[in-house]
Design a protein around this ligand. Structure first.
Ligand code: SF4
Ligand code: SF4
Length: 506
């Protein structure tokens, strides 16, 4: 049988007892080329063999836990909002009971840097544990899409045989069923992803209405479903190898003492059949290659394509158990450990990444503690900075208050200097949940009490809750000494001539 397009791992380990398990050649990985990309640049679609084992079981458990968390978070309410809800329409982010307004976007800096340093720290210690155990690409691919494929088309040899088989009705039906399920799962993931931004009730109401009523959301879900389908049905490991920047960063984040998945060359080489005297522990069965989802041979050393899925560990342990040799020929270890040397867990890079993570976590905690139930912003109105008339000096501001609570709040505004007269905020202002109010604030100081520019403290107090927000503003005006000189003969204060624009009354 000629080689098929899906020619990875086609040397069948099991007895070829069925036609579906026919041997169709074997593409041996090399370190000079990516197995999943042919010389002409096209994608070589892999069918990794099953590798049941302790890591597979543990990864299945953790993978399903993560999937359940992802699918359930939009449904779980903390307070009045979903546990994680980026409310785009209201420009709010609800995170496990905390509410961030758009004005708190600066905290994103701590989120992103914390994520980065956390990943650096974990990678320097545990290598690509994120990729193999927690990355959504691996989790959804391994625990949902590959399972659908396995369920409908059988194990790897059967799938390869199906690839090579002519297009009969049975093949068309199987393939159609698989792709219909792929699209359905992709649509579910895409809809739930949208729920993180609009909430489940809003999603449901959009789904119940005609697409024309929500074109934006409909197009987003359609495009996202298509992207997920294309990625998980076809692109698969290419995303890790070609697109993901984290994979590319591996070589600078890990060193000889980081935990990786590796082959014990000292014990395994020279590889050879069981019957060969003095051969190493590796019987060259290529089982570790056939189970690899990225198509590499881990015996050729640590490679960028290794996503740390531990399938080769399970596969080799199974082989070693069958031939009564100690397991662990391929194992989690550091490169030093695999060479028989001691692994140093505590190293400068671990301390540096750990310290950066710690500092970031402390600063983020402090920043989080400053998040208030309301936001207050005071800006000077554009144009003339102050106005002077026969009785007072006047400054004009815009006050923006955002109520971040889930219930209405009443706010009162006061000024530190009692001689300042306030217009625009005489009564308390009631704000509905999540509502933003922008009002002019006009401050006047009678000329008789005006002593020159001053710093004033504006305090906005919630009348329903025991918190207040304070801002310091600058009250500007003319030089009082000049005003005295230009006092009118009748004893009243004069109107200063400078700045010319400031003397205008709007
Ligand atoms: S080499 Fe092993 S751990 Fe790495 S991707 Fe392949 S099977 Fe997974
Ligand atoms: S599975 Fe183990 S014994 Fe078989 S080729 Fe790989 S390393 Fe060698």
């Amino acid at each position: 049988m000629p080689p098929t397009p899906h020619d990875h791992g086609e040397k069948n380990p099991a007895p070829a007892s069925s036609p579906a398990r026919a041997k169709v050649g074997f593409a041996r990985p090399t370190r000079d080329a990516v197995t999943t990309i042919r010389e002409d640049g096209s994608h070589r679609y892999l069918h990794p063999a099953d590798a049941p084992g302790r890591f597979f079981k543990a990864r299945t458990l953790s993978g399903w836990l993560l999937i359940v968390v992802y699918l359930s978070l939009p449904w779980i309410k903390i307070g009045a909002h979903p546990a994680v809800f980026l409310d785009v329409a209201a420009r709010r982010f609800h995170l496990f009971g905390l509410t961030f307004a758009f004005q708190d976007i600066w905290m994103l800096f701590f989120g992103i840097t914390g994520l980065g340093f956390g990943l650096f720290f974990i990678t320097s210690l545990l290598g690509r544990v994120w990729c193999g155990w927690a990355c959504p690409q691996t989790v959804f691919l391994d625990h949902i899409y590959r399972r659908i494929e396995r369920l409908l088309e059988g194990d790897a040899p059967k799938r390869r045989a199906l690839d090579a088989a002519p297009w009969t009705t049975a093949k068309i039906l199987r393939r159609s069923a698989k792709h219909i399920l792929y699209v359905a799962v992709s649509a579910i993931i895409a809809h739930l992803f949208l729920a993180y931004f609009i909430s489940i009730p809003a999603l449901w109401s959009m789904m119940s209405a005609a697409p024309a009523e929500h074109w934006g959301a409909f197009v987003f879900v359609a495009l996202f479903t298509g992207a997920l389908y294309g990625n998980f049905a076809w692109f698969r490991e290419q995303l890790c190898l070609i697109i993901c920047p984290y994979g590319r960063l591996q070589s600078v984040l890990i060193d000889d003492h980081s935990l990786v998945i590796g082959y014990d060359e000292k014990r395994g080489e020279p590889r050879g059949k069981l019957s060969i005297p003095n051969a190493g522990a590796c019987i060259d069965c290529n089982r570790c290659v056939r189970v690899c989802p990225t198509g590499i041979d881990i015996r050729q050393g640590l490679q960028m394509e290794c996503i740390g899925c531990a399938a080769c560990v399970d596969a080799c342990d199974e082989v070693m158990t069958k031939i009564n040799r100690p397991t662990g020929l391929i194992r989690y270890d550091s490169l030093s450990g695999l060479r028989g040397e001691k692994t140093k867990w505590l190293r400068p890079r671990v301390f540096i990444y750990g310290a950066l993570l710690l500092v970031g976590a402390i600063v983020a905690t402090l920043a989080l503690s400053t998040v208030r139930p309301a936001n207050l912003q005071i800006t000077r109105l554009g144009g003339t900075p102050y106005f002077v008339d026969a009785t007072s000096v006047r400054n004009q501001f815009l006050v923006r208050i955002v109520n971040k609570r889930d219930h209405a709040q009443r706010f009162a505004l006061t000024i530190s200097d009692p001689s300042v007269e306030i217009s625009g905020w005489s009564d308390a202002v009631e704000l509905a949940p999540g509502v933003e109010e922008v009002r002019p604030l006009i401050l006047q100081i009678p000329l008789g009490r005006y002593t020159g520019p001053a710093h004033l403290q504006v305090q906005v107090t919630s009348l329903d809750e025991s918190f207040s927000l304070k801002r310091t503003i600058d009250f500007v005006g003319p030089n009082p000494a000049y005003m005295k000189k230009s006092s009118a003969p009748d004893g009243s204060a004069g109107v200063p001539p400078a700045p010319s624009s400031s003397t205008a009354t709007p």
